[in-house]
Design a protein around this ligand. Structure first.
Ligand code: ZN
Length: 259
């Protein structure tokens, strides 16, 4: 049910790129971080453990929180929004660490904040990384990960970017590249006020992309809204499957009518 007047991608949007945040995963029970129902509000001590300066003493909290999150994500699986994005075949830049875009089948995913589904070494010089078998508990062993790095012996930790840590270079560079190449840049489930996500929509627009925000409660601030050519104040889990149907219908018509 495409409402009249609502923006829908057209044939001029061959390169669609998505930027997603916690809003797209909220249905899984992972929740969002901010706001009254957010993880930071419900468990403020958890937020304390998210600051890199508290490492390594905070490792049990990290394993408990991110291991649990990985387990919930694996159990619930992707949302209709994740699935529609995957079926559109569009690259994704995400602030999420739940791996649900990959689970939905998206092949190009730039994870700006790491992944709760992986463990890394606490030593920044060591490249060891391994997938979790997420469970419940505050020890790495509870999530199928050795307590110490098999390569250098340092403690292991979830591969999640903490508050005071710099973003991983490779995904960040990939995100900028994707934003520059986009013909349609779509922001879903994030206020997009945090660096560097806040800069990606303007970057895409500066390179000629149409910019769209899908947010059931879009921000009232004019400065935030001004970045977007279209703001769709609806549920992304309805909008994105609609887009997918519309675009696939177009493809089907041309297939049936080769002349
Ligand atoms: Zn190591």
């Amino acid at each position: 049910m495409v409402r009249s007047g609502r923006f829908v991608p057209g044939p001029e949007h061959q390169e669609i790129v998505f930027l997603t945040g916690s809003g797209i995963s909220a249905r899984t029970g992972l929740g969002t971080f901010r706001g009254p129902e957010g993880l930071w509000t419900l468990a403020p001590e958890t937020e304390q453990a998210m600051h890199a300066e508290l490492l390594p003493e905070s490792l049990p909290q990290l394993w408990s929180v991110w291991g649990r999150m990985a387990a919930i994500a694996a159990e619930h699986g992707p949302t209709p929004g994740h699935r529609a994005i995957a079926r559109l075949g569009a690259p994704v830049i995400t602030q999420n660490i739940d791996g649900l875009h990959q689970a939905a089948g998206s092949e190009v995913v730039a994870e700006l904040h790491g992944s709760a589904l992986f463990a890394v070494c606490l030593s920044s010089e060591c490249r060891w990384r391994a997938p979790l078998d997420p469970g419940d508990g505050d020890r790495p062993e509870d999530h199928g990960v050795p307590a110490t790095c098999p390569e250098c012996g340092a403690p292991t930790r979830p591969d999640v970017v903490l508050f005071d840590e710099t973003l991983p270079e490779a995904p960040l560079a990939q995100a900028v590249r994707l934003a520059q190449q986009a013909e349609l840049f779509v922001v879903v489930g994030t206020s997009s006020t945090v660096f560097p996500a806040a800069q990606l929509a303007p970057t895409a627009r500066a390179h000629g992309a149409t910019t769209v925000l899908i947010d059931i409660a879009p921000p009232p601030e004019t400065s935030l809204r001004a970045v977007f050519d279209h703001i769709i104040a609806e549920d992304a889990h309805e909008v994105l499957p609609d887009w997918e149907r519309t675009l696939n219908q177009v493809g089907g018509t041309s297939f049936l009518d080769p002349f």
